[in-house]
Design a protein around this ligand. Sequence first.
Ligand code: CP
Length: 303
Amino acid sequence: MNKTDIISTRNMKRDFIEDILKRTKKMEPIAEAKKQVDILEGKTLATLFFEPSTRTKLSFMAAMNLLGGTIIGFDDPRTSSVKKGETLADTIRVVEGYANAIVMRHPNEGAAALAAKFSKVPIINGGDGSNQHPTQALLDLYTIIKEKGTLDGLEVTLAGDLKYGRTVHSLAYALSKFDASLVFSSPPSLRMPEWIVADIKAAGTPVKEINNIEVQSDVLYLTRIQKERFPDIEEYQKVASAYVLDGDAMEKLGKETMIMHPLPRVNEISAEVDKDKRAKYFIQSFYGVPTRMALLAMVMTDR
Ligand code: CP
């Protein structure tokens, strides 16, 4: 059966990404106006969140609402039959009968790919463990284009928890389809996994690894240290405050370096940074709505 699953940016083609970005541009005025249209009238989206979320879940819900569709789902697996021991495969085979597409977030790497194998309706990965968060990467690309006008020729620094951070894994792969160069900045214990670095280099993308955030890059993409993924809390505590972007650190940053963050933040960006014109993380989270509208319309109707 012909369906489009959105599972990973690793194998996404540049053409496909550019198509989504174009569709996102068309959706942006609708998201801005918060005025419902009928593109997905009569369609149902299921949102299955086995892990907490604010932005991904709510922006998918907002997107579906704006497109005129209906939403079902859960965001606390303890209130679903998962609690009784139902497998993911069975959950998916049931929910596909209730919905035209499924957005899911799951703590296990590979869960979305597994779901896609069992589902007759499109699966959209809203984050699978430390692996991938492809819709975040697409909205990140859209944000960069909106602010910088292009992706080609840019230097982007991905910083923070590059080991467990799924957003940076997805974004690194997505940027490797363009003529960007990448800087990976992390404490030594949280480096980008070797196999991802190897893939990115093999794609022809220049890569540098550093361990500070005093950069002059076009973009500094900071991430939270993913406390919930650490097997040992003491290991987390050693790196919890490794990077803090505050007023002093901002002085050492490039004057045109745009600051992004997938959010939520903990302590890695001080509130005093929010008013700086280089801080773009709140508009970045807004672009989640048109990006997800574009994705939903594409996978459910190809409009
Ligand atoms: N950026 C992101 O995935 O945020 P949530 O965890 O709130 O969905």
